[in-house]
Design a protein around this ligand. Sequence first.
Ligand code: 6PG
Length: 242
Amino acid sequence: MLIRMKTKIYKDKQEVAQQFAAYFANMVKEKEQVHVALSGGSTPKVVFDLLAADYGDEIDWNKIHFYWGDERCVPPEDEESNYRMTVEHLFSKIAVPEDNIHRIMGEAEPIGEAMRYANLLEINLRRIAGIPQFDLVLLGMGDDGHTASIFPHEIDLWEAKDHCVVATHPESGQKRVSINGKVINMAKTVSFLVTGQSKAEKVKAVIEKTQGYQQYPAALVEPITRKLVWFLDEEAASLIHK
Ligand code: 6PG
């Protein structure tokens, strides 16, 4: 499938954050309601800080329902929690209604929580061919080419029949709850936020489909709407043809 992939390359992480924040604010302005799945890890921190600082009073947060593409199976107060990270860098600084925040309960039993969250997505989101459709799915990418919490050693989870799956971090063994590839690819728009030199090799493999790219879950991101936008800094984009 030919994807209308946009590759936006900026000087550094800060500029990526500025450009993505403007893009997000503009997207929200145009819509009545927005259902967005957030990514975790470290890259979103600077983006969330900037969104709160520069758009805190401009964005109508009542319009936005927040979900996560994945969560670590830890309590919400744990430093590994994507929910905690988002509270610290965004929610604690903006007027977002509590009812608009739909967190994955990392403290709960993973399989049961994956089912509960899948059910919540089915209730809250429009469904296309039975698959919940987000307006926007934010993704990061690991140095190993994983995205959300679909890792290369469990790439079959991408096609899992359940909307949400339980995954295992390859090094730490940490359990994760993640949306599957079908939910990711059903999104109206998918945006990758990827920065840093350590990502350059996989960015090249995934974007330029170099040898062996199929083993990287990030390479399976092909939204049915074909709307895929990469926000990269120069380091992460250092190996791709410009
Ligand atoms: C998570 C993520 C994961 C993340 C990548 C990149 O919970 O860890 O959702 O997919 O986006 O690992 O992480 P960094 O931004 O920290 O490099």
